[in-house]
Design a binder for this molecule. Structure first.
Ligand SMILES: [Zn+2]
Length: 406
C-alpha cells in the first residue's frame, strides 16, 4: 500500500537499542568480558556468544511482531462487523476478499415492509453466495405495534430470519426518535411491549445490536459539532437533528432508556452499535462496559469522534483501547446501496479501511475527511488489533463464518 508512508522497525535499530540498554544480564555475561583463558573458558565464550546472538535476534523479532504496519493491512484477516450490503450482486464481497475482509451484514429497520423484506432477501443472498464470508443480523417490523398479536408475530418473524441463517437482531434509532403508537406517543426501547421479544433473544442467546440514540453532536448546534460527518448528516437530515426538536427526548433520555432495557435483561447479549452512542467520551464508554459485561461496542461511523479525543489526549484514548481490548469490534457502517456500485463502493471503502488500520495500528499522522486537524495513530499492539478486527467478533459469534470459503 504505497499511499501511506511506511514505518517498520528494522533489526539494526533494535540491535542498537538493545546494546545501549544497561541491563544486568548484559553486564554479567557479555561474551567480550571473557578475553582469553583455558579451553573451558573458550567453550563458555562460544556458548555465551551463541546465547547472546539468539537473545538479540529473538528480541528483534519480538519487537517486529509487536505491531502491525500499514503494509500488513491486506495480509491480516479482518471483519467489518457493521456493514450494509443491500444488493444481491456478489462483486463487492469478492473484491473485499482481497483485503481479507469478512462481514456482518446488518439489516436496518424500515417502516415499509416490502423494503424490509427486500433488505433481508439481499442479505441472505449474500450469505448463501459467500458462505463463511457473510453473516446476517436481521430486523423486525414495527408494523401492527398496536395489535394484540404484535409480540407473537414478531417472534415468529424473527424465528423465520434465524431459520434463514440470521445470527443477530438489530434495533434502530427510529425506536426512541421517530416511531409512535396509535396515541401518538413516542415508543422508547424500554417499552414493556419489547420485553417478551428481548426475553426470547435472551433465552436463545441471540445477540441484539442496538443503534439507539445518536451521537451527542445530534443535540448540539451544527457549528458546535466535533466532526464534519455529523455536521453534514444532520444538515441533510434535519428531522434527526435533535437540537432543532427540543420537545423530543434528550440525549440522556435515550441513553437511560437503553440502559433501563439492559437492566431488565441482564443476560441479553448486546452489541452497542456506534460505540453504544457514547462515542464522545472514552470514560463514559468505559463506565458503560464496566456496568454491562454482556455488551460489546462497535466502532462504526464514529471513528472521527474517537480521533477528536485522541487529538486532545492520545494516551487517554490508547489506554481505553488497551483496557477494553476484549469489548470492541471493528465496523464501519459502510455498504453497497444500489446495483452496479460494487466497484466504486469497494474503492471508497478500501480508503476508509486503510485509514482506520493506519490509525489503530501505527503512529503515522494522516489527514482524515471528518476532521480539520491531522490525526496521529494509536499504534495499538498487534494482540489488541487482532482482537478488535477478528478475535472478539469470533468469540461473540462462535458458530459463525465457519463455512467453506476461508
Ligand atoms: Zn449501520
Amino acid at each position: 500500500m504505497a499511499v501511506f508512508p511506511i514505518h517498520r522497525p528494522t533489526v539494526s535499530i533494535i540491535l542498537c537499542k538493545f546494546n545501549t540498554q544497561k541491563n544486568t544480564t548484559a553486564r554479567l555475561f557479555k561474551p567480550s568480558d571473557l578475553q582469553s583463558g583455558p579451553i573451558g573458558l573458550e567453550i563458555m565464550r562460544t556458548l555465551l556468544t551463541t546465547f547472546w546472538t539468539v537473545l538479540v535476534c529473538a528480541t528483534a523479532m519480538n519487537a517486529q511482531e509487536a505491531y502491525y504496519s500499514v503494509e500488513d493491512y491486506d495480509h491480516v484477516e479482518k471483519f467489518d462487523s457493521h456493514f450494509h450490503i443491500r444488493t444481491v450482486e456478489p462483486k463487492f464481497v469478492e473484491l473485499a476478499a482481497q483485503d481479507r475482509f469478512k462481514f456482518l451484514n446488518v439489516v436496518v429497520h424500515t417502516a415499509d415492509s416490502t423494503e424490509l423484506k427486500q433488505k433481508h432477501q439481499a442479505s441472505f443472498a449474500q450469505k448463501s453466495v459467500h458462505p463463511g464470508r457473510v453473516e446476517v443480523a436481521s430486523a423486525f417490523p414495527l408494523e401492527g405495534w398496536d395489535d394484540v398479536d404484535w409480540i407473537e408475530k414478531t417472534i415468529q418473524y424473527l424465528e423465520a430470519t434465524f431459520r434463514n441463517g440470521a445470527v443477530a437482531v438489530k434495533v434502530w434509532k427510529d425506536i426512541g426518535m421517530e416511531f409512535r403508537d396509535k396515541d401518538g406517543k413516542l415508543v422508547m426501547i424500554d417499552d414493556p411491549q419489547f420485553d417478551p421479544v428481548f426475553d426470547y433473544l435472551e433465552q436463545k442467546s441471540i445477540r441484539l445490536m442496538g443503534h439507539l440514540g445518536e451521537p451527542k453532536n445530534c443535540w448540539l448546534p451544527l457549528d458546535e459539532m466535533t466532526v464534519k460527518n455529523d455536521r453534514n448528516y444532520f444538515q441533510r437530515n434535519p428531522k434527526y437533528h435533535m437540537y432543532l426538536h427540543p420537545e423530543m427526548p434528550s440525549y440522556e433520555d435515550q441513553i437511560n432508556a437503553r440502559n433501563r432495557m439492559l437492566d431488565k435483561h441482564p443476560n441479553l447479549l448486546f452489541i452497542g452499535a456506534h460505540f453504544g452512542s457514547l462515542e464522545w467520551s472514552v470514560e463514559e464508554l468505559g463506565k458503560f462496559l464496566d456496568k454491562y459485561p454482556n455488551a460489546v461496542v462497535d466502532t462504526a461511523a464514529r471513528m472521527g469522534q474517537i480521533q477528536y479525543q485522541s487529538n486532545q489526549d492520545l494516551q487517554r484514548v490508547r489506554d481505553f483501547f488497551v483496557r477494553y481490548q476484549d469489548r470492541i469490534v471493528y465496523g464501519t457502517d459502510g455498504g453497497v446501496t444500489a446495483p452496479g456500485q460494487a466497484k466504486a463502493s469497494y474503492y471508497q471503502m478500501q480508503q476508509r479501511w486503510i485509514s482506520d488500520w493506519t490509525y489503530l495500528c501505527t503512529d503515522e499522522q494522516q489527514t482524515v475527511p471528518v476532521l480539520d486537524m491531522p490525526v496521529k495513530g494509536l499504534k495499538l499492539p498487534r494482540t489488541v488489533i487482532d482482537k478488535i478486527y477478528r478475535r472478539n467478533i469470533q468469540r461473540v459469534f462462535p458458530d459463525s463464518w465457519k463455512a467453506l470459503s476461508n
